[in-house]
Write a protein that binds this ligand. Sequence first.
Ligand code: ZN
Ligand code: ZN
Length: 136
Amino acid sequence: MNKKEKRKYDKENYQKNKEKIINQHKEWEEKNPNYHKKYREKNANKINISNKIQYEKDKEKRKEYSKKWRKENPKKAKSHGLAKHRIKIPKGQLCESCKIKKAIDKHHKDYNKPLEVIFLCRGCHRKIHQKMKGGK
Ligand SMILES: [Zn+2]
Ligand SMILES: [Zn+2]
């Protein structure tokens, strides 16, 4: 066998083996249909952990965001905080806007007066905020 023939032989041999390897792999997969499933199950823990890490990261971001908001809106933040602790919505209080629905929200008309709030239903509260530009 000269060099040229040898190369040709190697190539053919490789092609033959390639098919054989592929076939073997197929056969193996047929015999082990649950392998990939098992693999996923085995790795589910890892996936959960990475989800958890992502969640923690997002949590930090959310914290960061609310910190930033409080810093940029100190009056609002203070008002919200004060109202939350000091003002309770009276039982049976109706929305001061529509006077039909039950009030479940407190709304500050003026953030300089943290304890002056009006009681609103969710729908009216939302409407008011939609009218106010960039308010919350
Ligand atoms: Zn209302
Ligand atoms: Zn409000």
